[in-house]
Design a protein. Sequence first.
Length: 312
Amino acid sequence: MTAINGQTKLIGIFGNPIAHTASPRMHNAAFRHLNLNYAYVPFLVQEPELASAVTAIRALNLAGVNVTVPFKEKVLPYLDDLSEAAAKIGAVNTIVNRDGKLVGYNTDGEGFLVALNIEAGVELKGKVVAILGAGGSARGIAFELLRAGVSRLILINRSEPSLHSLVDHLKIGAYTPIDSVTSADPTAVQLLKNADIVVNTTSAGMSPNEETLPIEDTSWLSAHHVLYDIVYKPSETRLMAIAASKGVNVHGGLSMLIGQGAIAFELFTGHKAPYSIMKSAVLNSRPPSYAKASADKPNLPLSRGEVRWGVH
């Protein structure tokens, strides 16, 4: 990022809460590295003001925004167009302003696959995968899991209406068996026991609510599981800590954050994302133990799914 001047292009992130976000640090480091005249800032948006906030993207000529909890699904009615993936997923985490036309994309699922397949070294094809949560992130991840060839998908969520909405959406044209139960259902624990991979897409455990769990009964956790928690602050959630104590292969959400952010960066700017720079910017803000544990991991190549769908 050069000095802010009359030609600076502004990008932001809409969410509530938003104080925890690492996205400004990550994107601004990339702008500086490539000497691009952009700036990235957080916007705390109250739900009644969401429509006005989206209108402001045009009014203020923002280059675009990322969208996080709780607006990934709620923002859809206010957009002019969707990528093929975003339309199928039914959620958006990236909005690009193309000469006043607001186009929604979803880079969550791709970022998750990059993180899980490469950084965590997990093969998905033929596996039974359980997702905790049914919000915007769950939609993107579930969509990509079905495309990756999992043998069965299990959906568990506290709210029954959101769960049914997600199941109905995913079953359109899908051949993979999908099980769904609420987290209060006694069968949820047995379904989790039978899963190979469990993905927490809820905000349970995220700062400042570090003591919360997506499902109170954790007796299902065992050493045969892989747990991926998309929460990245704190770097170890309570669920991750409990899982680690039981010998579970545990991974946090930092790699997904960087993966989806790098894809969004390219949509915003048209420039190839400097992945290693974005990764370093986030790692350098983490506690020393986390940075040390991650420092030797290879940079993840970007999976350009948006090119595959012909919308970039």
